[in-house]
Ligand binder design. Structure first.
Ligand code: PLP
Length: 360
């Protein structure tokens, strides 16, 4: 068996150790005589899996007591609607930051429910930089401020957290959650689809401060109401049981890597090495200003886009796959989430250098 280095933006690589453990437990979880997939979500066995996964996530992220952790479905994209439906709380306007494609989707959806005030947009610099917080057009009466700490497509990432005082700060962390230590107490709500840096697709994690629950709009569907899910322990209906279980194994794996401190050091090292290889060459280019470069998604272009296809072919021949950039950006994109081993970065850099020698 040869495993590839998969640079996909999501669903992305999962830690091999965790896949192996899931494989070993596939037919018979812990003497239950059943696969986790076959268990009742309300049974004693599955409840122990679910509870332990939440406890491990709370531990890994140091989530304060006054936050609920919800294990939902529908992807981060469903939250784009759920956020205004739950968090406007009688207000008619909300602040949004536009740093790229995912910000725009969140804004478009919120526009159905309220008046969106775009406090800052990176559109004018072609999403290569983030404007200083001091210049943002904050509305003090806004229900909340929503932003995207890491733009998965453009590879633009916040190196700081906006300080919005009493306004709840809402963050779409789909592609950066668990990549390094985070002070959860600065946020009203954090959410993420699992398929990038957590586990299998089909699970969406919401971490929400308790005081923000209980004031959803009347038209908010029960399935989108955070309070409904919080009260039911994320079992208002059948949750994504296997993805929840598997993510629990990933949380334990993160602990073994030294927790988020350890993960952060590894991720920084990986990103630094790849950006250095790009910057040291005249052949490869990354458009993002250095301080805003993503640790997780590294877009880069070749000096001549006619060579893109050959690059992808040669990479694939070495087991380096899914490097094609998003159609809106072109070029390449290497997504290097937690589960991408350092050896995968080294193999990519070596391939890039060999390719440049050949064509540069
Ligand atoms: C992938 C992604 C989404 C969409 O996630 P789904 O789970 O597919 O809905 C939203 N926001 C960001 C930042 C993403 O990277």
């Amino acid at each position: 068996m040869t495993r590839k280095y998969n640079f996909s933006a999501g669903p992305a690589m999962l830690p091999q150790e965790v896949l192996e453990q899931a494989q070993a437990e596939m037919l018979d979880w812990n003497g239950s005589g059943m696969s986790v997939m076959e268990m009742s979500h309300r049974g004693k066995e599955y409840m122990s899996i679910a509870t332990e996964a939440e406890a491990d996530l709370r531990d890994v992220m140091s989530i304060p007591e006054n936050y609920k952790v919800l294990f939902l479905q529908g992807g981060a994209s469903s939250q784009f609607a759920a956020i205004p439906l739950n968090l406007l709380r009688g207000n008619d306007s909300a602040d949004y930051v536009n740093t790229g494609a995912w910000s725009k989707k969140a804004i478009a959806e919120a526009n159905r429910y309220c008046s969106v005030n775009v406090v800052s947009s990176s559109e004018d610099n072609n999403f290569s930089s983030i404007l200083p917080f001091e210049g943002w057009d904050i509305n003090p009466d806004s229900a909340y401020l929503h932003y995207t700490p890491n733009e998965t497509i453009g590879g633009l990432e916040f190196p700081w957290i906006p300080e919005v005082g009493d306004t709840p700060l809402i963050a779409d962390m789909s592609s950066t959650i668990l990549s390094r230590p985070l002070d959860v107490s600065k946020f009203g709500m954090i959410y993420a689809g699992a398929q990038k840096n957590i586990g299998p697709a089909g699970l969406t994690i919401v971490i929400i401060r308790e005081d923000l629950l209980g004031d959803a709009m009347d038209i908010c569907p029960a399935m989108m109401n955070y309070e409904t899910h919080a009260k039911a322990g994320s079992m208002y209906n059948t949750p994504s049981t296997y993805a929840w279980y598997f993510s629990g194994l990933v949380f334990k794996w993160i602990k073994k890597q030294g927790g988020l401190e350890g993960m952060g050091e590894i991720n920084k090292r990986k990103a630094d090495r790849l950006y250095a290889a790009i910057d040291d060459s005249d052949f490869y280019k990354n458009p993002v200003e250095k301080e805003f470069r993503s640790w997780m998604n590294v877009p880069f272009t070749l000096a001549n886009s006619d060579l893109d296809e050959s690059f992808l072919e040669q990479a694939a021949a070495r087991g380096l796959v899914t490097l094609k950039g998003h159609r809106s950006v072109g070029g390449m994109r290497a997504s290097i989430y937690n589960a991408m081993p350092e050896a995968g970065i080294d193999a990519l850099i070596e391939m890039m250098q060999d390719f440049e020698k050949q064509y540069g």
